[in-house]
Design a protein around this ligand. Structure first.
Ligand code: ZN
Length: 120
């Protein structure tokens, strides 16, 4: 299993080490090099709408998962307790995304039906 170390910094260094997650609390951002080894810098802003950082005093987790769709490697993984947990495959993830979209639609049409019934 691949593990990550971490470092709390004020500013992100120019030369980033691979396998290290840099966390800048003043800037509300975490940065690491893509865990697939492609050296792409992955920037994860920390905010309620973006990523949450969980630090338990010994290890770090990031939620939600890291999905590097915009990079050539298209890697997708979670960082949980300093370890990298790979998503099954990109196709699986897309299928999951589509499924949740569909169920959202279903929910919405159910809601509409319910609402129009009540109107009558
Ligand atoms: Zn990569």
């Amino acid at each position: 299993m691949k593990t990550l170390s971490y470092e709390f910094v004020e500013y992100i260094p120019d030369q980033m080490e691979e396998g290290k997650l840099y966390v800048s609390i003043p800037n509300c951002v975490a940065i690491h090099k893509c865990c697939c080894g492609c050296h792409t810098e992955v920037v994860t802003p920390l905010s309620p709408d973006a990523w949450r950082l969980i630090f338990d005093g010994e290890s770090i987790s990031l939620y939600p998962s890291i999905g590097n769709w915009q990079f050539a490697c298209k890697s997708h993984y979670w960082i949980k307790n300093n370890t990298v947990e790979w998503a099954k495959s990109w196709e699986d993830t897309m299928a999951e995304k589509n499924r949740s979209k569909k169920s959202n639609k279903k929910m919405f049409s159910k809601f509409l039906k319910h609402f129009s019934k009540r109107k009558k």
